[in-house]
Design a protein around this ligand. Sequence first.
Ligand SMILES: [Zn+2]
Length: 497
Amino acid sequence: MNHPLSLYNTLTRTKEAFVPLQSPFVGLYVCGPTVYGDAHLGHARPYITFDVMRRYMQYLGYKVRYVRNITDVGHLQNDADFGEDKIQKLAKAAQLEPMEVVQQYTNSFHRDMGSLNVLPPDIEPRASGHIIEQIEMIQEILDNGLAYESNGSVYFDVPAYNKEHNYGKLSGRVVEDLLANTRDNLEGQQEKRSPLDFALWKKASPSHIMRWTSPWSEGFPGWHLECSAMSRKYLGTQFDIHGGGLDLMFPHHECEIAQSQASHSHSDSARFWVHNNLITINGKKMGKSLGNFITLGELFTGTHEVLQQAYSPMTIRFFILQAHYRSTLDFSNEGLQAARKGYLKVMNGLRILDQLQYPAGTDAVDAKDEEEIKKLTEELFAPLNDDLNTAKSIAALFNLLKKVNSMHTGGFKLDTISEETFEEMRTQYRALVLDVLGLKVEQTADAQSLLEVVLGFYKEAKETKDYAKVDAIRAQLKGQGIVVKDMKTGIDWAYEE
Ligand SMILES: [Zn+2]
């Protein structure tokens, strides 16, 4: 297989040609949500980014196995090794079982992702369903002398690991610098030998609900461990791509690499580490723990104080894809409104292309026009090969659209290009918009409002005694299962029973 795609690899800090370990198979792992709240705009970005990556790889002919987990245990407040579990804290406050919280927010996450047309992953493992795999991995790391038990908990020994490996290779951080910054910060962490060490297993306090038996204590796994254990289980010790938000690069992904190296895997787990940049609001990262987030539900309904209106799921998707995934993207009403216009423009182009008919029996092909359309068509997908640059692909769509609109109004004569070039243009436009960017038609008008419009014409026809039109409207609405009723009080309608 030809491999045209190059991706920026955080691990090497270069754009590299993407060649799968076992082409045509591609293993892709993306860190999923911690399900203790509704998904917000910041969550939409990684899942849309990697959805497009997966869609494009499938378009190129790869057989992708996409694994995206659900974190339902072990993620503590402030992403730390101490403190309360985020899910358990919420469950206690709401008097729910932790798994009720997990189910509720997993459902709402799926609903929101469905609205955004993010395809479900091939495997969606839960951390709590892989405790055995995590215990096995901890044992391997202990056996290799790179972790230690302390008061029923198990910690990863960063300084010992760093003697032979490079803790910091992904994030570019240096252990000495990290130590200098955290030296005074061992408070509440007396169990650790070094402040850089992180928990692989935590002994549960008496009040901790989510707990499992292990060789060391009744407790629960550390947050970083689940992704190492689950990616290995479903994609193998080495796989192609690990993705996630830039905020996960350190410590989460750095720890994942260390765990995989320190266990029997002895690998960085993924060949490519790909990170999407963050969505900011007034220049600051949008995050649940930062309290400055707008949930997707609020965006869809326009119910948040900073929103001037509601924004549809496809508007959000387009807004995110209009920026390259490695650039920051700042939330603004103006940006979303512009995205709405852009999205509608692209969908109108699709509608026009579907209607255009290539004229029969012509041979007036003009070499210059032919070349121009061919070039504009080729430019649609080319930017995706360059580190998945959806922003440039969308710009290329707009360039082609100018010609498509001109074809529609008759300024650009279709017979000046060959039928083959015309069909290729139509096919590629459709494939990019629908299959790869994952945009879909969104109903802009609801049936009820359209019915009111039709009934307005019905009323007018009656008043002017245009009975032919009255009958025609009646018959056509009947075809749609609607009966018009002439009441004393006015015109009403009902479903045909
Ligand atoms: Zn993860």
